[in-house]
Design a protein around this ligand. Structure first.
Ligand code: CP
Length: 304
């Protein structure tokens, strides 16, 4: 890699993850400064986003940077046939760092190898979403007081869910036990089960989602069944309403349990869960701001 890009959670050591989380804590205590004054952050979203784009842009602006970019590739010259490489070469001549979301798996790695400025992967297809993983880790550590030895239940679309794939990889440093809860059609791909075996990470698998299955959970990580990842919409229709977490299901759960979700939610978490103190998904999204402030500073080599 020519520059200090942030492409995959697998590139980060345990110490690096913990150091970024510490920096994020400092930003939570003091989110506003001018340490990025004079910098320009490129924000290129070839796929839709609310939280990731807005929190990256807010992070840049709260630290004094300016932001350029697009939130809809239809308004860019990609529609005229410009290649991704050419787009990146152009924007890198305007911006000091680029946050990019793209539908193609591997797109972020590819552009990080041709870009003169650091690339931050804001999600590449069903592959990785490493800044989401950092805010997930931040949220787990903040609510549990540790990342070590937790029972983590991953629920829903474990096949296409890039957030669960990235989280699984990151947690290898922290001795988790995973519980994979998914319909047959969306079960955890073999490569991730193999990853668990190779890293001595215990896991269970089930298609059932009920009170018994979540009784020992420290974290329940709910996910949306992602319509945009299905080439056959009939297959999507079969599984779109597979699970729904309701408030009554949380009655017998552990006191320290927290419900996470990368959001957006469709109908997999009932609205009556929102007021339960175990619901943490909106605070989780807010934590994205502090973590993305830390990531932008890190790739730019700026110490706080
Ligand atoms: N969690 C997440 O990536 O949300 P957005 O798609 O809204 O950015």
């Amino acid at each position: 890699m020519k520059n200090k890009s942030f492409v995959s959670i697998n590139d980060l050591s345990r110490d690096k993850i913990l150091s970024l989380l510490e920096t994020a804590e400092q930003f939570e205590a003091n989110p506003n400064s001018d340490i990025l004054a004079g910098k320009v952050v490129g924000s290129l979203f070839f796929e839709p986003s609310t939280r990731t784009r807005l929190s990256f842009e807010t992070a840049a602006k709260r630290l004094g940077a300016r932001v350029i970019g697009f939130s809809d590739a239809a308004t860019s010259s990609a529609t005229k046939g410009e290649t991704l490489k050419d787009t990146i070469m152009m924007v890198s001549s305007y911006a000091d760092v680029i946050a990019m979301r793209h539908k193609l798996e591997g797109a972020a790695r590819y552009v990080s190898e041709v870009s003169p400025v650091p690339i931050i992967n804001a999600g590449d297809g069903a592959n990785q979403h490493p800044s989401q993983t950092m805010l997930d880790l931040y949220s787990i550590k903040k609510t549990q007081g540790t990342l070590e030895g937790l029972n983590i239940h991953l629920v829903g679309d474990l096949k296409y869910g890039r957030t669960v794939h990235s989280l699984l990889h990151a947690m290898r440093h922290f001795n988790p036990t995973f519980h994979f809860i998914a319909p047959e059609e969306l079960h955890m791909p073999e490569e991730y089960r193999m990853f668990c075996r190779e890293n001595n990470i215990p896991f269970t698998e089930t298609t059932e989602f009920n009170e018994d299955v979540i009784a020992n959970a420290d974290i329940i990580y709910m996910t949306r069944v992602q319509r945009e990842r299905f080439s056959d919409l009939m297959e999507y229709e079969k599984v779109k309403n597979c699970y729904r977490l309701t408030n009554s299901m949380l009655d017998g759960t552990k006191e320290n349990l927290r419900i996470l979700h990368p959001l957006p939610r469709v109908n997999e978490i009932s609205y009556d869960v929102d007021n339960n103190p175990k619901a943490y998904y909106f605070q989780q999204a807010q934590n994205g701001l502090y973590v993305r402030e830390a990531i932008i500073c890190d790739v730019l080599g700026i110490e706080i």
